[in-house]
Design a protein around this ligand. Structure first.
Ligand SMILES: C[S@@+](CC[C@H](N)C(=O)[O-])C[C@H]1O[C@@H](n2cnc3c(N)ncnc32)[C@H](O)[C@@H]1O
Length: 344
């Protein structure tokens, strides 16, 4: 996409604003909190009384709003020729009777106007915006490749399913890594699925994209030997998460493996509060609930075994062996992989 000087300037500005929020304002807030002579408990009150807090909170939400405005304008000015790659090895199965859940349509997730589903341009806006949300460090999707390379147990899989595949960036590396497996991407959002299919066709990847709710995929019981998601479960309310874990236990074959890349608490009270409030300020209303939930216990209750969270470092080694994250001063997501399996 060839951007005008004005467009380039707007995008560069919002990206720089977000970087300074992450590498300057967040550490300043942390330093003030750590040095507060009145103490660091209760954590929410202690964080909120620091002089850097209003800057931190305002910038977090409003830089995000600015980002979507800029990205939407750029996408409107450079419409993609959608559908030119509709034919090829990838397929798309849409469900004209699918009803999107209220909790999905009631919120503009990530503050993206209309979310990722409302109109044809939603996927294009999401694609460009997601690069900026990742502060420019995931432009070539190294992060998603790191998941495939380090969090997926080696083996030969017959059927791999990616729940909440979006426009496919978590699904494409799976097909590349396991070319002989049937790879399926499932999502609610038609515009994202169309883009996922088009991009897979352009790359020559034979992936099946299906429009369905991950709480009821329609796949045969016991037919999946690797089930994954990336950035899905923090977007779901607790009943939908429980239903999704039950569906996972239903469709996994005995011995089949589940790996969900998402977020959990780190044990660092400041960081965990910042993450829960990130969810609130970024229109991810179910994030605090996910962070508070005992997700491994929900997995066990759903019929999965050996459930646990391990840390994931998106800029370094990917999946880490334990629940310990590298120390970094700047804001960064507490990525984690939920691991479980279907008992034999
Ligand atoms: C943050 S995106 C992640 C996309 C992709 N997995 C990635 O890693 O970039 C979350 C996706 O989950 C989808 N989603 C949310 N709830 C869902 C549900 N109940 N069933 C299927 N997809 C869902 C959304 O439409 C969105 O595309």
């Amino acid at each position: 996409m060839e951007l005008s000087l004005d467009e380039r300037g707007r995008i560069d500005f919002v990206l720089t604003l977000r970087r300074r929020w992450a590498d300057t304002v967040y550490p300043a807030l942390r330093a003030q909190y750590d040095a507060d002579p009145a103490g660091t408990e209760p954590v929410r009150e202690a964080v909120h009384r620091q002089p850097a807090y209003p800057w931190f909170a305002f910038l977090e939400r409003n830089a995000q709003k600015m980002l979507w405005r800029d990205v939407s304008d750029v996408v409107a000015a450079h419409p993609r020729d959608a559908g030119t790659e509709a034919s090829g090895p990838a397929t798309l199965e849409l469900d004209p009777n699918l009803e999107l859940p209220d909790w999905y349509t009631d919120w503009d997730i990530h503050v993206q106007p209309g979310g990722v589903w409302r109109n044809d341009a939603s996927a294009d806006v999401y694609e460009l915006g997601a690069k900026l949300v990742m502060l420019g460090v995931n432009d070539d999707y190294t992060f998603h490749r790191a998941f495939t390379e380090t969090a997926v147990p080696p083996g030969s899989y017959r059927r791999i399913v990616d729940l909440g595949c979006g426009f496919g960036k978590s699904t494409w590396p799976m097909k590349r890594a396991f070319p002989d497996a049937e790879v399926i991407g499932i999502d609610l959002a038609e515009p994202c699925l169309r883009m996922a299919r088009d991009r897979a066709n352009a790359a020559g990847l034979a992936i099946r994209f299906i429009q369905a709710d991950c709480q009821a995929t329609g796949l045969e019981a016991g037919s999946v030997d690797f089930l994954m998601s990336s950035m899905l479960i923090h977007e779901m309310p607790r009943p939908a998460l429980i239903a999704t874990l039950r569906e996972a236990a239903r469709i996994l074959a005995p011995g089949g493996k589940l790996r969900f890349l998402d977020f959990t608490t780190t044990g660092d009270a400041f960081r965990d509060l910042a993450m829960a409030e990130h969810g609130e300020r970024n229109n991810e209303p179910f994030m605090p609930g996910l962070l508070a939930a005992d997700v491994p216990a929900l997995c066990e209750a759903a019929g999965l075994a050996g459930a646990r969270w391990v840390a994931f470092d998106e800029r370094g080694g990917g999946r880490l062996p334990e629940r310990s994250w590298p120390k970094r001063a700047e804001w960064h997501f507490p990525w984690a992989v939920l691991e479980a399996e279907k008992p034999q």
